[in-house]
Design a protein around this ligand. Sequence first.
Ligand code: ATP
Ligand code: MG
Length: 584
Amino acid sequence: MDYPVIAKPDISQLKAHPNLDDYAGARATFQWDSIREELDGLPGGGLNLAYEAVDRHLKTARRTKTAMIWEGKNGEEERYTFEQMAGQSNRFANVLAGLGIQKGDRVFIFAERFPELYFAVFGTLKRGAVIGPLFSAFGPDPVKDRLEDSGAKVLITTPDLRERVKDILPQLPELKHIIIMNKNGRFKDALKPGDLSFEDLMAKASDQFQIEATQETDYSIMHYTSGTTGKPKGAVHCHRAVLGHYATGKWALDLQDQDIYWCTADPGWVTGTSYGISAPWTNGATQLIYEGGFSANRWYSLIDKYKVTVWYTAPTAIRLLMKAGEAAVKRHDVSSLRHICSVGEPLNPEAVVWGTRVFDQAIHDNWWQTETGHILVANYPAMDVRPGSMGRPIPGVEVAIVNVETGAILPPGTDGDLAVKPPWPGMFQMYWRNEAMYNSKFKNGWYITGDRAHMDADGYFWFVGRTDDVINTAGHLVGPFEVESALIEHPAVAEAGVIGKPDPIAMEVVKAFVSLKDGYEPSEPLRQELMRFARQKLAAAVAPREIDFLPSLPKTRSGKIMRRLLKARELGLPEGDTSTLEDD
Ligand code: ATP
Ligand code: MG
């Protein structure tokens, strides 16, 4: 399964000179103070994410630059300059102040991707309150759990979503205000008794606001994790994280002034805030926001229509694009794309190679977590790409493979626990109301990520699997990613999920679940062929002993394969927390 290295491009041939053109030099000398100096800080002292992303640009030519291009699901288009974003977020900060919301209070937002969502996020941060975004596809229980756990005082939502969760609202004693956004009057009779109208409050509020003098360690955003391995945890971040968003937006996403940037993640997940709000706008780029969901055809046409240059998406979407086939890309002009990145799950090497074929460039994988707040390991535009590798650590942060029991750093080529040396700017400050769980993540001077990986001799990191998903078969530790990547090289396979199935002799055996591409049907001969195919690609001990076909694999709403659910279903065990499970 060795894929050839994709050699770094000739920099003089690139459409833009990469921001990080000397990785080794930056690793050797970089200091976070230099990033702090590139940012402004609040005029009276302190640091506030909203100010760095929006208001500081008003002093420059970016004041009248388009910050946001919004396309609604019905094809509506709206554009907002940085100045308009500043005014609108000031209005919302005044709205919260008028409602008595104080610094540190939790304000949750449960809405589709509307421009107003972004105004509300910045307004909340300007007020000094903590914003908690919720994914708009959640049902009542996940919304209740998160509002209850966080003690949210305000819920901002839309008439249809309010209707969906109406039964849980009276069960939340700490929730004081429900603010309803009725985008362009889409809904009649939008307000229920006691609700506040976002539009009315905004119309009455002033567009001037004195931003709360937040300090670097004041809380800014809280995000519940994806729930891939268990119950979602409320990771709380502070304003200092903006240093990491800005720096990695520069280095890994290579954001520049002239870019039209599109992040496909929903702000209900951390990628949609760190890289769908903070990184692009602190870097002064123009950002496309698309309200609708996945559609290969629609996505390609958006890239074409808005001439998207930098694109940040996820393996699950890339696999769907691969499934839609190369002909789908060819119907559009996607030549504006100059840099493509992926995060959220391991990116199979096959997908990286596919990218070079259809987009004429590598897809740049990077690694991070809700807890890390921003990218920590990445492939950069001016560096060789090794398909299947997450890349190398960002400047200014130490990432290593350690022995979790001793804290010792393991030699290159050895699988171990992926760990980060605290602190770093985006480091989570706590799991809300769960101090014991927070403390359990720090051992022997390292933050233990819960992922297994190894580093090669040149410092590239290779994902093996989540610690919980690693399979112990006849004394070998097998990472599901290796097996899944081999299976999806077969032309019939769209997706694969691999688990360890308990076995009296081997302890566990490798079992794979695959979903097929359009045009292929499950059959015994195909199963046999896949078994043979995997045995050719993988060592005998690693190749799956059993393969089952599924129409689709269970995934979180953020698109991650839930192996724990495959396993529970296989073994007839309770499914555990499924609040983030995507609908079939
Ligand atoms: P939970 O912690 O609730 O089980 P989760 O870990 O999926 O959910 P996130 O913080 O959204 O929640 O995801 C981070 C995890 O996603 C990482 O720890 C890793 O397992 C996986 N991941 C993210 N990016 C990559 C990548 N580029 N390669 C491999 N795995 C990745
Ligand atoms: Mg996790």
